[in-house]
Design a binder for this molecule. Structure first.
Ligand code: PHE
Length: 508
C-alpha cells in the first residue's frame, strides 16, 4: 500500500523513476526491498498504470577474511611489518612462528612487490615504508561495493581468487508512467452491474481481464429446460425416421441463402427492417457462390424453367446483406445446393432444430427469437400426397393425431399447406406448422435434376412445448422472465406419448 503510493507519487512528481534502488519509504531508513518493489510494479503494469524495466548490476562484497584484512592490513603488509629494519632481518621460521599461516602468503607478495629480499635464509627490508594497496582496495570495496575506477580491473579477479571478495548480483527497476497512469489504484471491475450501466461508469472503469483458464464453478445439478426436452423428442423422431441433422450453428446468414435462393423477391415485406434484423458491422458478405448468384439473378429477373420470374432488376448487393436468419429454411436452401452439386443425385432427408430471429412486436405469443423445427425430404417424383402422409406420421409420433391442412402461400413453396391440429383444451383448431413443395424456381437454379421434388415443413418448437407443458405466455418459457423454479420442478420427462402397437392401432 505505502509502497504503491510512494511509486505513484514519485512518478507524478518526477515523471520517471530512474532507479528504484534510491527509494525510501517515509519514516524508514532502509532502502525498500526490490522484490517487493517488483511485485508492486507488476501489479501496476497489469493495469497499464506504469511500465518498468529491470536494471541488473553486480557489486562486490567483502568476505569475512576480506573484512579482517580491510581492518588489520594485508598479509604482505603484516609480513613487511614483522621484518625488523636492520640488515640482520628475520628468518622464515621466526616469521612463521610470529604470523602463522599468513606468513607464507604474505611473504611471496612482499617479495614480488620488492619490499623484501630473501638471502641466506633471512628476509631483510628493501624499502623503509610501504603503501598497503590491498588494504586500501578492500576498504574501498567495503565502502562502495566496487574497486575505484583508477585501479586495474584484473585486481578484482585476483581478489576473487584470494576469496577476499565475492560478486553479488542485484536488480532494481527503472519506471515510467503507463497509459492508464493515475495517483490511486481503482480496483478493476469484474462484472457489469446495473449500477455501472446506469451511471455510465462502465465506459471509463477498467475491467479485469477475463481469465479463460479459470475452471468454472461446478453447478450443484442441472435441469433441462422444457424446450430442450421437446427438442430431444423431435430429434429422436427424426433420427428414427432416418433423417440427418443439418449444421445450424451459424445464426448470421446472408440474405442470399435466407431469401434470394428461396425465390423470395427483394421487395418482399419480410425483408423490411421491421421484420428482419440486419447486421451493421460487418453489414455484408463477399463469399457467395458466383455461379449460383448468376442463376438466382436470372430466375428472379427473367424467369426460366417454365416460370416468367418476377421481372425486376435483381441486385447482388441486396443478396450480400448479412442478417440474423429469420428461418432455418436458410440452412435448408444451402444444404440443397450442396446436395444438387453431388452427382449422381442421392435422395436425402434433413432436419434441424435451432434458433431464428425476427423483428417482432413482443406479446404473449411472439418473441424476437424462437426455435424452428425444420424437415426436408428430397427424392425423385414425390408428391403432395407424400407430404400429407408424412405429416400425419410425424405428428402422430409426437402424440398429435388430428391434423387438417389448409392451402397457404410461401414464396418458396407451391403448393403450400398450413397444418392445423385440434386442441382439446382450447376446443379449436390451432396452427402447428407450415409446409409445402419447394418451387422449381428454387431447385433448378441450384442445379437439381428436373424430376427431383423436395417437400419441406417448419414449425416452432415453442408452440408444442407450451401446449404440452401448459404454459400460455411465451415469456414464461423464454427470456428474462422465466422462473427457474418452473424448470427445476418439471419432471424429467412426460409420460403422455403412445408407443409402438398402441400408436399403430390408432386411426390416422
Ligand atoms: N420457413 C417457414 C417459416 O418460417 C416454414 C417452412 C419451411 C415452410 C419449409 C415451408 C417449407 O414459417
Amino acid at each position: 500500500e505505502d509502497l504503491i503510493t510512494l511509486l505513484l507519487s514519485t512518478l507524478d512528481l518526477n515523471g520517471t523513476i530512474a532507479d528504484t534502488k534510491g527509494l525510501r519509504l517515509p519514516n524508514q531508513d532502509a532502502a525498500v526491498d526490490q522484490t517487493t518493489v517488483r511485485g508492486a510494479l507488476s501489479s501496476l503494469q497489469s493495469r497499464q498504470m506504469v511500465d518498468y524495466k529491470p536494471l541488473e548490476r553486480e557489486h562486490l562484497e567483502l568476505t569475512a577474511e576480506g573484512q579482517a584484512l580491510a581492518t588489520d592490513g594485508s598479509h604482505e603488509a603484516k609480513v613487511f611489518n614483522a621484518v625488523p629494519s636492520g640488515p640482520e632481518g628475520i628468518t622464515v621460521a621466526e616469521l612463521q612462528q610470529q604470523l602463522g599461516p599468513a606468513a607464507k602468503i604474505g611473504q611471496g607478495k612482499a617479495l614480488a612487490h620488492k619490499w623484501l629480499r630473501f638471502e641466506q635464509g633471512r628476509l631483510t627490508r628493501l624499502v623503509d615504508t610501504i603503501r598497503d594497496e590491498t588494504q586500501l582496495d578492500l576498504q574501498a570495496i567495503g565502502r562502495t561495493g566496487a574497486l575505484p575506477a583508477d585501479r586495474s580491473p584484473t585486481l578484482v579477479k585476483e581478489l576473487l581468487k584470494r576469496k577476499l571478495v565475492t560478486k553479488i548480483k542485484s536488480v532494481s527497476y527503472t519506471v515510467v508512467k503507463g497509459p492508464e497512469f493515475a495517483l490511486t489504484v481503482t480496483k478493476p471491475a469484474t462484472d457489469i452491474t446495473a449500477d455501472l450501466l446506469q451511471s455510465g461508469e462502465w465506459k471509463s472503469r477498467p475491467f479485469k481481464a477475463y481469465n479463460f483458464d479459470a475452471v468454472g464453478i461446478q453447478p450443484p445439478s442441472g435441469h433441462l429446460h422444457p424446450l430442450m426436452k421437446v427438442r430431444e423428442e423431435f430429434r429422436a423422431i427424426f433420427f428414427e425416421m432416418g433423417f440427418v441433422e443439418m449444421p445450424t450453428n451459424k445464426f448470421v446468414e446472408s440474405s442470399f441463402w435466407n431469401f434470394d435462393a428461396l425465390f423470395q423477391p427483394q421487395q418482399h415485406p419480410a425483408r423490411d427492417l421491421q421484420d428482419t434484423f440486419f447486421l451493421r458491422d460487418p453489414a455484408s458478405t463477399s463469399t457467395l457462390p458466383a455461379d449460383l448468384v448468376d442463376k438466382v439473378c436470372e430466375v428472379h429477373s427473367k424467369g426460366g424453367y417454365g416460370s416468367i420470374g418476377y421481372r425486376y432488376p435483381w441486385s447482388p448487393a441486396e443478396a450480400e446483406k448479412l442478417l440474423l436468419r429469420t428461418h432455418t429454411t436458410a440452412v435448408s436452401s444451402y444444404m440443397l445446393s450442396l446436395l444438387a452439386r453431388q452427382q449422381p443425385f442421392q435422395p436425402a432427408k434433413y432436419f434441424s432444430i435451432d434458433r431464428v430471429f425476427r423483428n417482432e412486436t413482443l406479446d404473449a405469443t411472439h418473441l424476437a427469437e424462437f426455435h424452428q423445427v425444420e424437415g426436408v425430404i428430397a427424392d425423385r417424383n414425390i408428391t403432395l400426397g407424400d407430404l400429407i402422409g408424412f405429416m400425419n406420421i410425424f405428428f402422430r409420433k409426437m402424440g398429435i393425431n388430428n391434423l387438417r391442412f389448409k392451402p397457404a402461400y410461401n414464396p418458396y413453396t407451391e403448393p403450400s399447406l398450413e397444418i392445423f391440429s385440434w386442441h382439446e383444451g382450447f376446443q379449436k383448431w390451432v396452427e402447428i406448422g407450415n409446409s409445402g413443395m419447394f418451387r422449381p424456381e428454387l431447385l433448378r437454379p441450384l442445379g437439381m435434376d428436373p424430376d427431383v421434388r423436395v417437400i419441406a415443413w417448419g414449425l416452432s418448437l415453442e408452440r408444442p412445448t407450451m401446449i404440452k407443458y401448459g404454459i400460455d405466455n411465451i415469456r414464461e418459457l423464454m427470456g428474462h422472465k422465466v422462473d427457474l423454479g418452473m424448470i427445476q420442478s418439471n419432471p424429467i420427462c412426460r409420460l403422455d406419448k403412445k408407443m409402438g402397437k398402441e400408436l399403430l392401432e390408432e386411426p390416422v
